[in-house]
Design a protein. Structure first.
Length: 564
């Protein structure tokens, strides 16, 4: 792996090399450093509450001291069941500063998945808030002895909201305010005003970030302080070189859920390290996003479903995007047609890249000088190596232009999954992590993903990639969202089936009409054999379109048909 000779080195900006040595740092140290540089500057805006970097450090220190007073330290796991709220920042950094490992739970996880993550991780202390029914549901975990202690942040502390729900009955929990009080004495007794906290090494485990669980129960990705912090360092080198975001200046709109790795590392950690303001919302709404942008947002990182929803907003082309300097889309491929519409309306290229939980999630990015490469995932970020290996032999590296499985290496890449010691070697090849993404590298070093390995359709002996079919269907003017999966076909073995959500007011679309539209865009073996129009398509807990439910529905239909 010779990064200095990487095929993509020539598309890097002047002064930046793919070969850099990233040292890493304890993740929570960025709070102390930001408070020292910008003590009075806005750090977070959430509803009625504005918090400066100095105030953030003070509350993080108190939270860390409270964890320590509760007996939490090195080797312990602290679970967070939190949507976007200031409590997430305090609990996340406070737990790390106390020496613990954070376990992220999704507020949209079902009870069985939450129980699995808690039992698998060994976390016995849980922090949540009374948004919706979260606090009520978490209290059941105490009653079932799944956890030993529950901390509930009072949502009403940040101003009135229709999202605020009930607090649990009884006394089997502590409010976050009471929890902080338990750490006050430790902080105030310290000569430095920050309590006594353990030394945290960069190789210590910082986070158990569970995968989406598209097959079986989710696996806990082990991410160390080095993994997370070198991902941040790599992003920062890239963004500084291209002048995409400016330390101490940017105002960043954050709808992305903080319990997701993209939002956590690529947005929150970078914003704090660079003195940028995070304007946080708990739930995405396209109209709210447009109003915030018109009020002065300079950066908006989103996911494709957010950009698709903005494009579906009436007269969005007429809105004022003057303050916006940087837009990004991550988490999943942005439909090329959506990117074109946004460029035409806003003047901005919606640049993005690729990453995954296992890469913390730094991976690739599209250079701002190459908007013509929208549709690719860009080139690897500094210190990250990406290559393509054969599907039938993952130790054989393929030449540029050939399709295989993407393999990634770098200081940001996980060492494996929690409690999966026997399985972990199978996820790696010659030290590189096998991503499960199928794609190729072009002659300039740009990578393109054609599909997920497990989603590939074998149709009549040909490899068919649903993502390519989806991109072509998105070009139909009446299509708002689409997912394509493989279904059994008596002649071809497998064939493509498209699930489509139409734009408001669009005429009904038939399979014959769709196939006629695609004739000049797809080969005969790629043509959808079935079409189903839906009012809505399923999504994952973090808002990405999800094929899992569609595959399960199709399997249930086949099971019922066989039984009848």
């Amino acid at each position: 792996m010779d990064l200095a000779a990487a095929p993509w080195r020539d598309v890097y900006p002047p002064g930046l090399s793919p070969a850099v040595d990233l040292k890493g740092f304890p993740v929570h140290a960025i709070v102390d450093e930001a408070a020292a540089k910008w003590p009075a500057k806005e750090a977070v805006v959430f509803r009625d509450r504005t918090m400066s970097f100095g105030e953030l450090k003070s509350d993080v220190d108190r939270t860390a001291a409270a964890f320590a007073a509760a007996g939490i330290g090195k080797g312990d796991r602290v679970a967070l069941l939190l949507p976007n709220t200031i409590y997430h920042l305090l609990a996340f950094f406070g737990a790390l500063k106390a020496g613990a490992t954070v376990v992220h739970l999704s507020p949209l996880d079902g009870p069985r998945v939450i129980q699995h993550k808690l039992e698998d991780s060994g976390a016995r202390l849980l922090v949540t808030t009374n948004i919706g029914e979260l606090a009520i549901g978490a209290a059941k975990l105490i009653a079932a002895a799944t956890i030993d202690r529950l901390i509930v942040g009072e949502d009403e502390a940040f101003g009135p909201s229709p999202l605020t729900g009930p607090m649990p009955d009884g006394k089997d929990f502590s409010t976050f305010a009471a929890f902080l009080e338990s750490g006050r004495e430790s902080v105030e007794s310290s000569s430095e005003g920050s309590g006594t906290f353990p030394n945290v090494a960069v190789e210590d485990l910082a986070l158990l970030q569970y995968t989406g669980g598209t097959t079986g129960m989710p696996k806990g990705t082990m991410l160390t302080h080095r993994n997370l912090s070198t991902a941040v360092e790599s992003y920062d080198l890239w963004f500084e070189a291209w002048d995409l975001m400016r330390p101490g200046e940017d105002r960043v709109l954050l709808f992305l859920p903080l319990f997701h790795i993209y939002s956590l590392s690529a947005v929150m950690l970078r914003c704090i390290r660079n003195g940028q303001v995070m304007v946080i919302h708990t739930r995405f709404d396209a109209e709210t996003a447009l109003r915030e942008i018109e009020a002065g947002i300079t950066s908006f990182p989103g996911v494709p479903t957010m950009w698709i929803a903005i494009c579906a907003t009436q007269r969005f082309e007429k809105r004022n995007f003057a303050s916006l300097r940087y837009c990004a889309s991550g988490g999943a491929p942005l439909p090329v047609e959506t990117a074109r519409r946004l460029k035409a309306a806003t003047g901005h290229d919606i640049l993005g890249g690729w990453g995954m939980t296992e890469t913390s999630p730094a991976g690739t990015n599209i250079p701002s000088s190459r908007p013509d490469k929208v549709g690719t995932i860009g080139v690897p970020l500094p210190a990250i190596w990406l290559d393509v290996v054969a599907l039938d032999d993952n130790s054989r590296v393929l030449p540029q232009g050939e399709i295989g499985e993407l393999r990634v290496s770098g200081p940001n890449v996980t060492s494996g999954y929690w409690n999966r010691e026997a399985e972990n070697p199978g996820f790696f090849s010659d030290g590189g992590f096998l991503t499960g993404d199928i794609g190729f590298m072009d002659d300039e070093g740009f990578f393109t993903i054609v599909d997920r390995k497990k989603d590939m359709i074998l149709s009549g002996g040909f490899n068919v990639y649903p993502q390519l079919i989806e991109q072509m269907i998105y070009e139909h003017p009446d299509v708002e969202e689409v997912l394509v999966i493989g279904v059994p076909d008596t002649y071809r073995g497998e064939a493509a089936k498209a699930f489509v959500k139409l734009r408001a007011g669009a005429a009904q679309l038939t399979l014959d009409e769709l196939r006629d539209f695609l004739k000049s865009r797809l080969g005969p073996h790629e043509m959808p054999a079935a079409l189903e129009i839906r009012d809505a398509l399923p999504r994952t807990p973090v808002g990405k379109l999800s094929k899992l439910e569609l595959k399960q529905e199709e399997e249930a239909r086949r099971t019922t048909a066989r039984a009848s």
